[in-house]
Design a protein around this ligand. Sequence first.
Ligand SMILES: [Ca+2]
Length: 184
Amino acid sequence: MKRAFLFFMLAVFIMAISDAAEVSLVNPGLEADAQEPWYWWGDAGTGAYGVSESSHEGKKSIKIVADKGDYVPMGLLQDFDCSPEEEVTISAWIMSPESSPLTNSDAFVRLEFWGGEPFNIIKSYESPHLTGTFNWMNSTISGKAPEGTTKAKIGLFIWNPGTDHSGAVYFDDTKASKTGPALF
Ligand SMILES: [Ca+2]
């Protein structure tokens, strides 16, 4: 009986430590007046933080207009702590209105793992790229942190493959979670 109880407690313990834990992103709904610690990267479009034209959660979102560079990404990012072997999942809601469909431009969420000296990107994963016009939909992507990882980044991105790109996309309601390395 005592041994059975110990096995039961061990099973509970293993389940507890292998559960995905939510990462506490700052301002996940993009509602706060202050944009930081979110920051912009890239030159493929014009990004606007905290617009109130459309939202999936709360009253605000971000908007990216595909009006700049070819074959380059552009997006809003936030960093969080991460260790090698952690399984990370990120997600965001994305929408492109009928009035300005993405043309020669794609929207997606991008998971990046960073580390090393000098601090650099080690590996990245992207959700399926969305184009044209689409209603609010959830985009998600997972990946395992490689050796040397100290930070992960959630990125809300567009990419303009080719010239003559246009359209606009909104991102809102972001999430991140991670699971520790499997013990068995
Ligand atoms: Ca929001």
